[in-house]
Design a protein around this ligand. Structure first.
Ligand code: ADP
Ligand code: ZN
Length: 733
């Protein structure tokens, strides 16, 4: 039987193989078993009932709730040469009668109908006049009150099927069913010893991230800067936010369009078409956008805030990467989003039972936003698919950070908020901690608080980020409403009393800043001045002391202990020992002198956001989100560096990676150019170094060959290239 199915798949549909789950589902139906199949959107559900229908005698009935989709399906089938028709309320009485007559004549292999069409008498009369081998129910979760889209017409349908005299095989399909909803579907439709299949929920080409405690606009600016040519969707909860985000993007010259229920049909269609044709790069939309849009090259979906349930979230996020290419799904999460959702549910019109269902779905969504598990695994698990390995690419899988003790900073922030007695927002609290001379702050006399200026060594922005992080972790609370005020949460008390510590995950290596985005800051400048002096004293070029990138990372991370300093990329034990205390005193001196002047890096400085290290945010800003493909050539030289740093020499790395040794050597030089620290002693044998330098001084640095010829034969090209770079003779290209 399954052999016939495979043959039909090839002959009728032109596909070579089944997608995950399809073969098992089709096999089960051909065995005559009631079947419940849960496959994600785009997973290929239609074939699972169409194909058995083709192999069975008689006419299969397909119940489908959406008129437009029904029509698409029937058109598609007809193009494949399969006789199919639909019955729905968009037809004239005449069309309806004709279609019924043909159906009863046995002309169709598949007959689609809306659930409303089918009451018990209708089923009875059809099944008396027509051989019906199977009823396939699409969007079967609509039958369950526990689902997110309950429809009473489905409930009636279920009763009608149950009462049929000669009940056919019943199959049910849905893209979204938790195990409880699946149980409910089975019970409501009275499936008989059904087989259940759940598969295909993992989307290996999606990198999921949850990002919290950030300034959303700044995050968005940086995020889009790295994705200028890509197509993406930004989902926001309200029309107002859609308008605001669209205006913000248009203000930055991003080709952004908007889509929400407040626009006319014409405006919406136009936006959708322009997006489809890539005239608009970014679509900012409410959840009204997406039904029926099937754009394959959406490279990212960014959620401006948390939706009310994981079903909606994954459906929307899943619109990224339909073409199978690597794509990013980013959820910007703030705990306040959950109070908004809770409020909406409580004010909603649903009954008590419905409300409690929605609240528990909201909880699952919140757990997802806060979990440290693999995000892909979490979702797949939620839909009942087991034994899926961690994805290795979500923001949790890639979070290699170590928790760092932040109790002292937490106490400063918490006691300041406590003293402000819940009357001000995060911005004002940040100003107080920063020691700002803001006019309103002075008017309220907030400069007289003992916590005034406690965190003056940080920028106001960083203090605000820190406060938001404390909110995300539940130490602080934000009130509801338009101007949320911040106050202490119960969880803060043990911290303030010194009974509990606050740990924050800080990524060990700070994301390297993009070229051209170099932000200067007083600390960075001070570190450069120190480097100049040190290099002069040692008689070496400054980059031999530290690369710019390293200094920038130090300036961003503001380490206060040697251990923290060693976390910064580019500082090994040797350099730490040699320069560590000097660097720490530079940092302390700048902090004591007032650090970054207030407001020097406010919202206007969007470009600098890209180079801002993310150490103050537990949940990284853009860190885990890659713009390229994983393991693509873009990162190949980094892989080489990792292997080299793990102890292999260039030849061994070449063998390990199946690359030529020259390529490996070029990779390493490129890493050095990009600011990575290389252990030069492994590349340049110390006994050769001086002679190579001499040779270069004699014959010039323009070409390698004359240098090589001026040296003993055992000196390798790689050593020469190393010296050229290390001693700053030339920019290797
Ligand atoms: P769903 O209803 O689950 O959202 P569809 O049934 O519309 O998904 O299928 C999504 C797309 O995948 C369709 O274009 C379909 O033709 C295609 N498809 C389904 N099964 C296969 C297969 N085995 N091989 C290749 N493409 C398939
Ligand atoms: Zn993962």
């Amino acid at each position: 039987m399954i052999q016939d199915a495979r043959e039909t798949l090839r002959r009728v549909y032109g596909y070579d193989s089944f997608r995950p789950g399809q073969e098992e589902i089709i096999g089960s139906l051909l065995d005559g078993k009631d079947t419940l199949a849960i496959l994600p959107t785009g997973g290929g559900k239609s074939i699972c009932y169409q194909l058995p229908a083709l192999l069975m005698d008689g006419t299969t009935l397909v119940i489908s709730p959406l008129i437009s989709l029904m029509k698409d399906q029937v058109d598609g089938l007809r193009r494949l040469g399969i006789a199919a028709a639909y019955l729905n309320s968009s037809m004239s009485a005449q069309e309806y009668r004709e279609t019924m007559a043909r159906a009863i004549g046995g002309e169709y292999k598949l007959l689609y109908a809306a659930p409303e069409r089918f009451d018990a008498p209708m089923f009875q009369s059809l099944s008396e006049q027509l051989h019906i081998p199977m009823i396939a129910i699409d969007e079967a979760h609509c039958v369950s009150q526990w689902g997110h889209d309950f429809r009473p017409s489905y409930r009636q349908l279920a009763h009608a099927i149950a009462r049929m005299g000669n009940r056919p095989l019943v199959s049910a399909f849905t893209a979204t069913a938790t195990p409880e909803v699946a149980d409910d579907i089975v019970a409501m439709l009275q499936l008989r010893e059904p087989r259940r299949f759940v598969s295909g929920f993992a989307r290996p080409n999606l990198s999921l991230s949850v990002v919290s405690g950030v300034d959303k606009r700044r995050f968005l600016a940086t995020f889009l800067q790295e994705r200028k040519e890509q197509s993406g969707i930004i989902y926001a909860a309200t029309r107002k936010e859609v308008e605001e985000v669209t205006a913000y993007l248009q203000g930055m010259d991003v080709a952004a369009g908007k889509y929400h229920g407040g626009l006319s049909d014409g405006e919406r269609n136009e936006a959708q078409e322009r997006f489809r044709f890539d005239e608009l790069k970014v679509m900012v939309a409410t959840n009204a956008f997406g039904m029926g849009i099937d754009k394959p090259n959406v490279r990212y979906v960014l959620h401006w805030q948390m939706p009310g349930d994981l079903e909606s979230y994954y459906q929307e996020a899943g619109r990224a990467g339909r073409d199978g290419e690597e794509s990013d799904c980013v959820l910007l999460f703030e705990p306040a989003d959950s109070s908004v959702q809770r409020y909406l549910i409580e004010q909603g019109t649903g009954g008590e039972e419905r409300k409690s269902v929605q609240l528990s779905k909201l909880h699952a969504m919140l757990n997802f936003s806060r979990t440290q598990r693999c995000l892909q695994q979490f979702i797949v698990d939620y839909f009942g698919e087991k034994d899926v390995p961690p994805c290795g690419k979500c923001s949790n899988c890639t979070d290699k950070s170590e928790p760092v003790n932040r109790t002292e900073e937490a106490k400063m922030a918490l006691s300041c908020v406590g003293r402000m007695k819940g009357r001000f927002g995060v911005t004002m609290a940040a100003k107080v901690l920063k020691g700002s001379r803001d006019k309103r702050l002075l008017e309220f006399g907030l400069d007289r608080l003992s916590t005034y200026g406690l965190m003056r060594h940080l920028s106001e922005r960083d203090v605000a980020d820190w406060l938001y992080w404390l909110v995300a972790e539940g130490y602080l609370r934000l009130s509801e409403g338009q101007y949320p005020t911040v106050s202490l949460a119960v969880k803060s008390l043990p911290v303030l009393e010194g009974r509990e510590t606050v740990m924050q995950r800080v990524r060990a290596s700070v994301r390297k800043s993009e070229a051209g985005h170099a932000a200067s800051s007083p600390l960075f400048d001070a570190l450069k001045a120190w480097r100049r002096e040190t290099a002069a004293a040692e008689g070496v070029p400054p980059f031999m002391v530290f690369f710019d990138a390293t200094l920038r990372d130090i300036a961003g991370a503001r380490p206060s202990t040697l251990d923290e300093l060693l976390q910064v990329k580019g500082i090994g034990a040797a350099k730490g020992e040699r320069y560590g205390s000097a660097i720490l005193s530079v940092i302390a001196a700048v902090a004591a002198a007032g650090g970054d002047p207030a407001g020097d890096d406010g919202d206007a400085n969007v470009a600098a956001a890209g180079s801002r290290p993310e150490v103050w945010n537990g949940r990284s800003k853009t860190g885990p989100i890659r713009s390229g493909r994983v393991g693509s050539d873009e990162q190949s030289h980094k892989t080489t560096l990792e292997l080299f740093n793990s102890g292999l020499d260039a030849a061994e790395v070449a063998a390990e990676r199946g690359l030529s040794q020259t390529t490996v050597e070029s990779h390493l030089i490129r890493c050095a150019q990009e600011g990575e620290d290389l252990d030069w002693s492994r590349i340049i044998p110390s006994e050769h170094e001086a002679r190579i330098v001499q040779a270069i001084q004699q014959v010039g640095a323009d070409r390698l060959r004359p240098i090589k010829d001026a040296l003993p034969p055992e000196v390798e090209y790689f050593a020469i290239r190393g010296v050229l770079f290390k001693h700053g003779f030339t920019k290797e290209s």
